[in-house]
Design a protein around this ligand. Sequence first.
Ligand SMILES: C[S@@+](CC[C@H](N)C(=O)[O-])C[C@H]1O[C@@H](n2cnc3c(N)ncnc32)[C@H](O)[C@@H]1O
Length: 330
Amino acid sequence: MTLVDEESKDRHQSLGLGSGVRAANVVRRSLHREDDKVVDGNDGNSPASVGTTDRYWDRLALVAVGDERRRRTLERSRLFDQEAERYDRCRPRYPDVVIDELLGPEPSGLEVLDVGCGTGIAARPIAERGAKVLGVELAPRMAEIAHRHGIDVEIGAFEDWDAAGRSFDRVTSAQAWHWLDMPAATAKAASILRPNGSLGLIWSGGAHPDDLADALEDVYSTVVPSGTHRLFRGYGANRSTDVRAGLTGVVDAITGAPDFGAVTERWFPWTQRYQRDEWLELLLSYSEYAALEPNLRHRLLDAVATTIDDHGGSFLMDFETVLITAKRLG
Ligand SMILES: C[S@@+](CC[C@H](N)C(=O)[O-])C[C@H]1O[C@@H](n2cnc3c(N)ncnc32)[C@H](O)[C@@H]1O
């Protein structure tokens, strides 16, 4: 799958369950403190905060005992959470036109639920347009950063999240919906949307120049042992012709939900130039790079760096952001 993060392979199952959500409540309360000092009056990097977050993941791991797939998913999510600051620094932003299309002509005052809000990369521009945004996010460190940027966040898995009677004009999810149990998440989105409200899903996919993509293909197949699952290469996994692969499951889940009208799919092209080191940092924001054995990771990143240097030290990524929308029928 090209469009989405590799984490889709280990798509989150319903993780929160009772104990996950209870564990999360410790952090959730803190994310609504008015002074923005997260957890026991410390900032997000303090030992108290880290300890609280570790206990949260430990408790989720206990829920996953005996379920190998869920255990692996949690392990990966936890690594991902540890890269939260890097994620926020270096992951691409979304084009303004996509956020505008998502919200429509009168964004001010809309109530928006952003699922898997992460550090708020999509939630922030939504809020800047005057909408009232609430995030739901599984990973506490990601949520802390979003909160630092002014976004209210409730921590836990969306599939288990208690809407407590609230409803929304938009349910959005950027670069995250594939992590979820899609039929369950789609039905839940329908249940909390107001009539004529809409679901809006965003992903960005990108391609290196084809000659660089080919050279990187050689690097990965040489350095990474065969049998290791294919590393996602930071949006530009494949050749330029492959960018649009991978949305069938998303669209099918919405089409199969009786409460939604027709699905629209719009694509927005844009470009971004990456210097070598910016690209390496982006790669490190993927959990699978954090999970690599350190020597292998160094060898791989060295080889990627050399390849980019051989191509002039920087390159232009051709991105496309897709916006999938569907209206909640009245
Ligand atoms: C690739 S990040 C995207 C973050 C943000 N929306 C953005 O555009 O940068 C995916 C996020 O979804 C979160 N996530 C994964 N499964 C989730 C679930 N079941 N419920 C809520 N959030 C989830 C992850 O913790 C992660 O922060």
